[in-house]
Design a protein. Structure first.
Lengths: 111, 113
């Protein structure tokens, strides 16, 4: 299938290493944040979310960190695997319930 | 449980022709979104429905795009007439309520030639 990430910033990591993907947002009123994973030819898939009253949330192999002071969000993937290769998007929602996406980062995992 | 279902998966049309996309959201989800995703970019919201009401369509090019969700369940997005610049992936998503976790369909890849 055609890649969705031809012109996106790319992060290349070795299999087994940890990955950190960053996202800056601009709307200080955003109160809910989601990380999505998008593989080629597929729709975005939910990974993890966090509300603005938290600064950290952990899932299976993934952790999201939220720094509201500098409007920064990060996704940490532990022990990155080849199946993690995809484009990752952060998305935010404010009180108006608009789900707005950031520009995305392409993660490439080298075996 | 079935996820968000979209059809068709692919569509190739000549410019100036009409085209329609269909979306069936997850059962019970009141909020439905249509997004457009250009190659190498993140999805951009076109329209959001709360049940059958379009509550945010500010990004929908109303001269050629239209959408409906008549019974508050499935939805169609139409382009008439299509232009070359409309080539993109059109994604549908749904959530239980606005501002909640949204689930996406596979998308419809439109190519206008």
């Amino acid at each position: 299938g055609e890649s969705v990430g031809l012109h996106l910033p790319t992060l290349s990591v070795q299999e087994g290493d940890n990955s950190i993907i960053n996202c800056a947002y601009s709307n200080s009123a955003s109160d809910y944040f989601i990380w999505y994973k998008q593989e080629s030819g597929k729709g975005p898939q939910f990974i993890i979310d966090i509300r603005s009253n938290m600064d950290k949330r952990q899932g299976q192999r993934v952790t999201v960190l939220l720094n509201k002071t500098v409007k920064h969000l990060s996704l940490q993937i532990a022990a990155t695997q080849p199946g993690d290769s995809a484009v990752y998007f952060c998305a935010e929602t404010d009180a108006g319930n608009m789900l707005t996406f950031g520009g995305g980062t392409r993660l490439m995992v080298k075996p | 449980e079935a996820g968000v279902v979209q059809s068709p998966r692919y569509k190739i049309i000549e410019k100036k022709q009409p085209v329609a996309f269909w979306c069936n959201p997850i059962s019970g989800h009141n909020t439905l979104y249509w997004y457009r995703q250009n190659l190498g970019q993140g999805p951009e919201l076109l329209i959001r429905y709360e049940n059958e009401e379009a509550v945010d369509d500010s990004q929908l090019p109303k001269d050629r795009f239209s959408a409906e969700r008549l019974k508050g369940v499935d939805s169609t997005l139409k382009i008439q007439p299509a232009e070359l610049g409309d080539s993109a992936v059109y994604l549908c998503a749904s959530s239980l309520e606005g501002g909640g976790q949204a689930f996406f369909g596979q998308g419809t890849r439109l190519t206008v030639v």
